[in-house]
Design a protein around this ligand. Structure first.
Ligand code: ATP
Ligand code: LTN
Length: 334
């Protein structure tokens, strides 16, 4: 039987991924390549929904792809590609744009948050239709599962709604995808503001742990993470969001259940605990950083791997688009 399909994407909008990206998304991608027919893309079309610099985008797209491979994605076992290499993403997005209501798009909270930052009227129309492009990414590959962090739930609902709407109006065409969200790591929070999501675009440098960062900086940031009043290392989202975030991080990175960690640090205060969290982060990130540097040193090879990915992704995307064109009523080219 054919393996179920998985698709996910990550934006090349920073010089490094952060711990939230890694635990909330990329680590699941690596696991899922074993049992799914997996497609993972660097979503550069999404990255230009906010003002950007072309040279920086090129660099960050390669850095993003290199980090994915360094984290364990194997081009022999999954398809890693760059979104703009497969023009069908933009083509399907147009069709879906025409099926989406203005009000429906206007309810997306990520748009509200991101546009508020720039001033609503300065935000691009691309930022407004961003979730519809995301729906196209997913539906194009007939994905069954989409591994993401909790912030993407609403976009996945929109994706299902649009897929279903298309199916009803024009005939069964799209698989309706389920989000794949791991509760324990669905929202890693900012070290300085432990109720906010750790985020490429809104966290301060002190609040974010970057995969490619030097070990010394990572250690300092963990040691300076905001903890809570008191001295007990206990998980309590309402009263101890800072400590709880660090417990989740350590548990996810070491595979030790949180109650066991609570017992281990009982009566020891925050110092030893934080030191151990810092070591767990450094241990997880160092091999990824080293492999990323090696991959980036050979750009031609990296670009070759991405071309293979684009070829495989393009074959699937062209198949879906041929059906979509026909169902929609576009005249075939003679
Ligand atoms: P931005 O904050 O600028 O929106 P981002 O840091 O969320 O960027 P994306 O490229 O948008 O990065 O997200 C890539 C993946 O990482 C998505 O699946 C997203 O849900 C997940 N993710 C991002 N931040 C976190 C986090 N703090 N905790 C868990 N998952 C996260
Ligand atoms: N919107 C996502 C990135 C993204 C994505 C996708 C995730 C773009 N296309 C397709 C899953 C599937 C984000 O901001 N984190």
């Amino acid at each position: 039987m054919a393996r179920p399909r998985v698709l996910s994407g990550i934006q090349p909008t920073a010089d490094s991924f952060h711990l939230g990206n890694y635990l909330g998304a990329v680590r699941q991608w690596v696991t899922m390549q074993e049992t799914y027919d997996a497609f993972y893309c660097v979503v550069d079309l999404h990255a230009i929904t906010v003002p950007h610099d072309p040279a920086e985008l090129r660099r960050r797209s390669r850095v993003a792809a290199a980090q994915l491979l360094a984290a364990g994605l194997d081009p022999e076992r999954c398809t890693v590609f760059v979104q703009s290499h497969v023009p069908e993403h933009a083509e399907l997005a147009w069709v879906l744009n025409c099926l989406t209501g203005m009000g429906e798009a206007g309810r997306m909270t990520q748009f509200k948050d991101k546009s508020a930052k720039q001033g609503e009227s300065a935000a691009s129309v691309g930022l407004f239709t961003y979730p519809i492009l995301q729906a196209a990414d997913i539906l194009l590959y007939q994905a069954d599962r989409v591994p993401v962090g909790a912030d993407q739930k609403q976009h996945l609902e929109l994706t299902r709604d649009l897929g279903q709407r298309f199916n009803h109006r024009f005939g069964e065409t799209f698989t309706l995808p389920q989000p794949h969200i791991l509760k324990e790591v669905e929202k890693i929070t900012d070290l300085q503001d432990p109720t906010a999501k750790m985020s490429k675009s809104s966290s301060s440098p002190q609040g974010i742990l970057d995969v490619l960062e030097a070990p010394g900086t990572l250690r300092k940031k963990v040691m300076r993470a905001v903890t809570d009043t008191g001295t007990d290392v206990l998980a309590d989202d309402d009263n101890k969001p800072g400590v709880t975030n660090l417990l989740r991080i350590q548990s996810a990175l070491t595979g030790t259940p949180i109650p066991e960690l609570e017992a281990r640090y009982a009566g020891q205060g925050y110092g030893t605990f934080k030191k151990d969290v810092a070591e767990a982060v450094v241990e997880a990130f160092s091999p990824i950083r080293e492999r990323t540097e090696k991959l980036l040193a050979n750009e031609a090879e990296l670009d070759r791997l991405l071309a293979i990915g684009a070829e495989r992704a393009g074959a699937v995307a062209r198949g879906t688009m041929a059906t979509v064109r026909d169902r929609i009523g576009f005249l075939p080219r003679a």
